[in-house]
Write a protein that binds this ligand. Structure first.
Ligand code: KG4
Ligand code: ZN
Length: 370
């Protein structure tokens, strides 16, 4: 059995996990920093890296203790080394480098965004309790029935479509030109004064609202475009809530205040925002499927990963799409949608198995084009 210790610190979650043979999550701990960032309604990079420094050591120790595995039983150390906040990444990368050096184990740097698309292949204690759970027999990632797949990553920092030829072989098809969908959710929550992180709060509130009450824009860009844009949707919500601005920039005055909304109005606006955001994602998925199929590379499966994959409406609409188009779909169990280190350790198994490991000079990289 191959055991990999994964470390993840790219944004505002300090996480560690131990994964066996690329599938079995033996332990997995995520320490969130939400409380620290809440009053700023977004992640403050300096606060995030400082908190990672404080949290990472105890999180790694607890992860090893929970699995009852001594560090010398671990076969490799994996770390999300790109993309992300550079100060946050550096904390995880330098800790992983130190562990790899001290134990003499191989070090593997992982692309965080690609790891989100590996997450459905994880099997953990909690997965069988959630809807749309991964079946409890591991599928080998190279099974010919799994690839090529069409992957959609929807997170706080990314909204990207990929043609997935294998867990380590991805080709980008489209990405957001401005805000990521998770970022738009967080900003919508700030506009509606729901708190941070906004995605789960908007999702929850939207369930009691009337999604048909407000027509908010779905930005589909050009007819064939597989890129995304969510800044118009966010601004349209702002104007619906607060009326037209007088003046520009941070000094602009609005006709109304968000405090003036009743809870009913807030729920209707959340529902209208949610349906516009999620329908945009579904249209793009359909477009990508059609284009790949027309080009003779029909996907065998859909994969959706990232924090917004926890969204109830996206999960429902994606499953309807999969039934309508008769194509299997994989969405991670809820604990593995948001940032976690199990997906880092799981994907690292692929690299370890092919002998592709990194040197102790592994860099932290803030932005990638992959
Ligand atoms: O993947 P993730 O944990 O971090 C990044 O890689 O960015 O995604 C975090 C994002 C946040 O923007 C959060 O608001 C959003 O995922 N999110 C959701 C839901 N749960 C988390 N968005 C919509 N509905 C949800 N249920
Ligand atoms: Zn993420």
């Amino acid at each position: 059995m191959t055991l990999i210790l994964g470390i993840e610190t790219s944004c505002d979650e300090t996480a560690a996990a131990i994964v066996a043979d690329g599938h079995w999550v033996l332990s997995h701990i995520v320490a969130t920093q939400h409380e620290l960032h809440e009053r700023f309604a977004g992640v403050v990079p300096e606060i995030a890296s400082r908190a990672h420094l404080e949290q990472l050591d105890p999180v790694v120790r607890r992860t090893l203790a929970d699995a009852n595995i001594p560090i010398d039983r671990i076969d490799a150390i994996a770390v999300g080394n790109r993309p992300g906040l550079i100060g946050s990444l550096l904390v995880g990368v330098s800790s992983a480098q130190t562990l790899a050096w001290a134990t003499g184990k191989p070090l593997i740097g992982i692309n965080h965004v690609h790891a989100h698309l590996y997450a459905p292949l994880l099997i953990g204690e909690k997965t069988s309790l959630t809807p749309h759970a991964t079946p409890c027999t591991p599928r080998t990632p190279h099974s010919s029935t799994l690839y090529p797949a069409l992957g959609l990553v929807v997170s706080g920092g990314h909204t990207s479509l990929y043609q997935v030829h294998g867990p380590t072989d991805l080709r980008i098809l489209g990405k957001t030109l401005d805000d990521a969908v998770g970022e738009a959710y967080d900003k919508a929550a700030a506009i509606l004064q729901l708190g941070y992180p906004g995605g789960p709060k908007v999702d929850q509130l939207a369930r009691s609202g009337d999604a048909q009450l407000h027509q908010l824009p779905r930005s589909l860009l050009g007819r064939d475009s597989l890129d995304f844009s969510f800044s118009g949707l966010k601004t349209a919500l702002l104007y619906k809530v607060r009326g037209q601005p007088h003046g520009r920039g941070p000094g602009a005055c609005f006709e109304r205040n968000s405090n003036d909304l009743t809870s009913r109005q807030r729920a209707d606006l959340a529902a209208s925002f949610q349906v516009a955001a999620i329908e945009t994602l579904i249209v793009k998925l359909q477009r990508a499927m059609d284009q790949l199929t027309d080009g003779g590379a029909a996907p065998r499966r859909l994969i959706i990963g990232g924090g917004v994959a926890a969204n109830s409406l996206l999960r429902q609409r994606a499953h309807e799409l999969s039934q309508r188009r008769q194509i299997p779909i994989d969405i991670p169990a809820l604990p593995y949608c948001v940032d976690n280190a199990a997906m880092i350790a799981g994907l690292a198994h692929e690299f370890l198995a092919s002998g592709s490991v990194d040197g102790l000079d592994l860099p932290a990289i803030a932005t990638t084009t992959e």
